[in-house]
Design a protein around this ligand. Structure first.
Ligand code: ZN
Length: 276
């Protein structure tokens, strides 16, 4: 997730449309080294009320697909668009994410991408994603290109990318740009064939062994990137090493004390520790 920085709006606008290129034709399966990911797009009533036509959603997905194909050999295809009655009592995007996750049946799609028009204003968090659940939620923003850029950023999280203090990257925490840094390129590359089966961890043991040193190496740079520790905690939890997972959560909480995802993960790790 990332808060919005207005200063870069004009630059992002140019970058978004220059980088976007023409929409690509849809593909099926995995061909020529390109893996096609099927999206179930859920649009809430507030979004549909303001945007009854689907053309802008298709444009966002086509732009994300173009960007991911260029950098990672991944393409996105809309499998189904469905209506989602978003709970109007949810106070923030994280709470609304739970609502989306509970109400949306993934079916045969790989990823659930929710787009909500419920929250107005540009100040709060604009997107939420869960790597383990293969689900992302994006808030519709005033500027179309920013919604599109947020979709690309949140989809990055679903392939192991984390918020970075990295100037020229779509994973930059505060000012994402339509560029890719070397660390994210490696991380997403190793997540290219991740599973979206909720009953299994997204990665094989072999892929985890390749990724773990990358996150550890990144952490050693001490850039204050909470997401790096969060991913390490997710890995340690899967490896049944709850103490290491708790330690990573505590380190992440020091950087991002109010992040509910970190707190949830720490509680899971504590439960695992008590059970073993
Ligand atoms: Zn983020």
């Amino acid at each position: 997730m990332w808060p919005l920085n207005r200063r870069l709006m004009a630059m992002l606008f140019v970058a978004f449309f220059l980088g976007a290129g023409p929409p690509r034709p849809a593909r099926g399966g995995d061909s020529g080294g390109i893996r096609t990911i099927k999206l179930k797009v859920a649009l809430d009533e507030e979004f549909r009320h303001r945007s009854p036509r689907l053309s802008e959603v298709r444009k966002w997905v086509a732009t994300a697909s173009y960007f991911f194909e260029k950098h990672f050999g991944l393409a996105f295809e809309i499998d189904e668009v469905k209506s989602w009655s978003s709970d109007n009592s949810r106070r923030n995007l994280s709470a609304l994410f739970q609502d989306l996750y509970e109400k949306t049946d993934r079916g045969k799609s790989d990823i659930v991408l929710g787009i909500s028009g419920q929250f107005r204003g540009e100040t709060e968090v604009s997107g939420v994603a869960s790597y383990l659940h293969g689900c992302a939620l994006v808030k519709r923003m005033r500027y179309e290109y920013l919604t599109g850029l947020t979709i690309i950023h949140e989809l990055g999280h679903l392939f192991g990318a984390v918020d970075l203090m990295e100037k020229s990257s779509f994973m930059n925490k505060d000012e994402p740009r339509l560029e890719c840094d070397e660390f994210t390129e490696r991380v997403v590359g190793l997540n290219k064939y991740r599973r979206f089966d909720l009953a299994a961890f997204p990665l094989s043991a072999e892929d985890m062994n390749s990724l773990l040193p990358l996150y550890l190496e990144r952490k050693r740079l001490q850039r204050g990137e909470a997401g790096v520790s969060l991913m390490l905690a997710i890995f340690y939890l899967e490896m049944k090493e709850p103490e290491k997972a708790i330690q990573e959560c505590l380190e992440a909480e020091k950087i991002a004390p109010a992040d509910p995802a970190i707190q949830r993960l720490r509680k899971l790790a504590e439960r695992q520790g008590q059970g073993s």
